[in-house]
Ligand binder design. Structure first.
Ligand SMILES: NC(=O)c1ccc[n+]([C@@H]2O[C@H](COP(=O)([O-])OP(=O)(O)OC[C@H]3O[C@@H](n4cnc5c(N)ncnc54)[C@H](O)[C@@H]3O)[C@@H](O)[C@H]2O)c1
Length: 278
């Protein structure tokens, strides 16, 4: 059992990918977990595997009553809420801006941004009386880099960063930390669906991701789960309003960087007007 034994989490998007990996990792370390997702059948299977430490709940994060029920279930079933992992998300509407289907854009924001807002709202509602707790939201490189996501998704993920910092400011005096995790392209059903049109084609998705990572391995859902466990734990006690990037350098290092491809491996020095050190 870890130091966090017995702590209680609500995990949205728990039926698949990053949420599922986080549920398994936390439960394996003694946490009790409310599994919240629209995919009720998959939630039941996962809860069955985890055992009595898990409570599945069909939750559409775009619906306030559903999110409120998830926070309440944590308190009713396990006595408190230590971590809200606001992770549920969809890739959503894509296509040129000038032909955008605004209903599809709104539906994307309803999950990707309003869902996170509601998760923070109801986490704060049950955490404030105890003056402690941690909220972690899942953003994306699409929040800070163009060309890696669609417009609606990118805007929502950037919105999460502003929301996270704003709520962190409000909740800091109440002993509640609020952070974001930013996964790089991660081997999950969402990415397999995006790359191959088949959410179950994980092996081929991993091959594709592998080819885009300079021969290094892709990001796996377990990498993100570890980051969330860290942010939720006592080692991160002084970390709030922070975005933890877990992407193997995807966001900060351009894929075509001459400096990572060995072009300048022999070294040297460049000074003014073409002068070189001898
Ligand atoms: N996979 C990546 O490369 C990647 C990169 C950056 C960020 N993310 C983000 O990570 C999070 C998890 O994505 P994933 O890759 O594990 O995808 P995934 O599709 O495997 O899992 C997402 C889960 O969210 C659930 N969900 C969708 N809409 C919901 C709703 N309205 N209410 C409740 N649950 C809902 C789905 O049913 C699914 O189980 C998302 O927010 C995603 O945007 C993913």
């Amino acid at each position: 059992m870890s130091e966090a034994a017995g702590d209680v989490a609500v995990i949205t998007g728990a039926a698949s990918g990053i949420g599922e990996a986080t549920a398994r990792l936390l439960a394996g370390r003694g946490w009790r977990v409310v599994l919240a997702d629209v995919q009720a059948g998959r939630l039941d299977e996962l809860a069955g595997e985890i055992g009595p430490a898990a409570r599945p709940l069909r939750v559409d994060v775009a619906r306030e009553a559903d999110v409120a029920a998830a926070a309440d279930l944590a308190v009713e079933a396990f006595g408190r809420l230590d971590l809200m992992f606001a992770n549920a998300g969809v890739f959503g509407a894509y296509g040129p801006i000038h032909t955008a289907d605004i209903a599809a854009v709104d539906a994307t924001w309803a999950v990707d941004l309003r869902g996170v807002f509601l998760s923070m709202k109801h986490a704060a509602r049950v955490m404030r009386p105890r003056q402690r707790g941690v909220i972690v939201a899942t953003t994306s490189p699409a929040a800070v880099v163009g060309g890696v996501g669609n417009h609606a998704y990118s805007a929502a993920k950037a919105g999460i960063l502003g929301l996270m910092r704003s709520v962190a400011g409000e909740l800091r005096p109440h002993g509640i930390r609020v952070n974001a995790v930013m996964p790089g392209p991660t081997a999950t059903p969402m990415n397999a669906d995006l790359a191959l049109g088949d959410a179950t084609a994980m092996d081929r998705a991993i091959e594709l991701l592998q080819a885009r990572t300079d021969g290094k391995r892709p990001v796996f859902a377990d990498d993100i789960a570890e980051a969330v466990a860290f942010l939720a734990g006592p080692a991160a006690e002084m970390i709030t309003a922070h975005t933890l990037v877990v992407d193997g350098g995807f966001t900060a290092v351009p894929g075509d960087s001459r400096w990572t491809k060995g072009e300048h491996a022999s070294g040297g020095a460049i000074f003014e007007a073409g002068r070189r050190a001898s």
